[in-house]
Design a protein around this ligand. Structure first.
Ligand code: PLP
Length: 393
């Protein structure tokens, strides 16, 4: 929901742009830290969700660590003030250069996704006379009950090491003198809204930590990954995810041993609701079968709907604003539109059959809950301008 001052401000600005509500961002970050602190849990922010410098500054200031998936993210985390001892590095395809970057930075831990990678990190650490801390990313074969495009924890996914390879992992760890095993890591998918999924994950984590302890390894860190979802349908009713309920599942269902640390890697849940993509209607095309709203933003600014078939709420801010200031019987009629972008691709459609007040050229359109996997995925395809950001302060 935008107040009238904010909409008046939007009217003076060139579109499209991402609008960040920094008040809501801080409220969300603080809610998460408070809920995690209650149980002594550690949270690393999954930087890939949004590495806008203002967002990173906010996340860092509240005390989160950083979960990185590239060498450049490791470097950016350090440049943005994140504590090196709170940086973890995951990813199925870490290059030698990226591993060396992380070794030079003495990050807390590599989340390792294959046996071959263990051997390579060992070699590169040896060449630098260092010992790399590693956690084993295990693919727990737990269904995240989310869209199959963003499921990562099933046997058929490319991520992590499968259960049947654990003996070989143990042998490798024993013979690699430049690796220090610190724990086990999991990440089963994204936009997970069913907390039962996390109960199943806890059961698997407990089995896995028992396996490692039975084989003579001390498991200091249980890293449960991220994936907590947000309410894309009701951003105004549910602006802050239920962090308390989320952490409580792990408190209740994980067998946490004394001296053990429980780590989380949240991305989307921390930043998604705090931004919207603001654009204008360029053209209205009334067809025989369809009405199209053609926006000045498209898949080059926000690709989630096109890439993952993701639902994001679309609002006509200009007409809502008018409706509010009019007597109710003057409200504009509701029509159905396919809301599309200007890019030369048929997939460049935000959503089909959206019910909106009758819309006109120049109307401001908001795509809500765009703070995660939005700005960071913007591209210059069609030689577009590149995306701008505007902040509530
Ligand atoms: C992307 C990712 C996350 C964060 O996922 P969200 O759904 O944004 O919470 C956490 N851990 C790893 C390893 C990831 O790749």
């Amino acid at each position: 929901m935008f107040d009238t001052n904010t909409i008046s401000r939007f009217n003076t600005l060139e579109t499209p742009f991402y609008y960040y509500d920094l008040g809501l961002l801080y409220q969300t970050l603080n809610a998460c830290i408070t809920a995690a602190d209650k149980y002594g849990f550690h949270v690393h922010y999954a930087m890939k969700a949004n590495f806008n410098p203002k967002v990173l500054a906010a996340v860092q200031s509240v005390g989160f660590g950083a979960d990185c998936v590239s060498g450049n993210e490791v470097s950016a985390a350090i440049a943005n003030g994140f504590d090196k001892s709170k940086i973890v590095f995951a990813g199925v395809g870490k290059s030698d250069r990226e591993i060396n970057t992380a070794l030079d930075a003495d990050i807390f831990c590599f989340n390792v996704e294959s046996i071959q990678e263990l051997n390579i990190i060992n070699e590169l650490a040896k060449a630098k006379n260092k010992v790399a801390r590693v956690a084993i990313r295990i693919n727990p074969n737990v269904d995240a009950h989310t869209h199959h495009f963003i499921t990562t924890g099933l046997d058929e996914n490319k991520f992590g090491i499968n259960g049947w390879q654990l003996n070989e992992v143990a042998d490798t760890l024993r013979k690699c003198a430049n690796l220090q095993f610190v724990g086990i890591h999991f990440h089963i998918g994204s936009q997970i809204t069913d907390l039962e999924v996390y109960k199943s994950l806890c059961v698997r984590i407990n089995e896995m930590q028992d396996w490692f302890e039975d084989h003579g390894f001390q498991v200091k860190v249980l890293n449960t990954g991220g994936g907590l979802g947000v309410d894309y349908h009701n951003p105004d009713q549910n602006p802050v995810p239920d962090f308390e309920g989320y952490f409580k599942v792990f408190k209740d269902f994980l067998h946490i041993k004394s001296g053990q640390e429980v780590h989380f890697e949240l991305g989307r849940a921390l930043v998604a609701q705090s931004a919207s993509l603001i654009s204008r209607v360029l053209y209205v095309k009334n067809g025989q079968k369809k009405n199209f709203l053609i926006l000045d933003a498209g898949m080059t600014e926000l690709i989630r709907p096109m890439l993952y078939q993701a639902y994001m709420k679309i609002e006509n801010l200009t007409r809502e604003f008018e409706n509010e200031s009019q007597i109710s019987n003057l409200k504009s009629q509701i029509l159905k539109y396919d809301v599309v972008g200007p890019i030369c691709e048929s997939t460049d459609c935000f959503q089909k059959d959206v019910e909106l007040p009758e819309s006109f050229r120049g109307d401001l359109i908001a795509v809500r809950t765009a703070g995660a996997y939005g700005e960071v995925m913007a591209s210059r395809y069609n030689l577009r301008d590149g995306i701008q950001s505007v902040y509530s302060d």
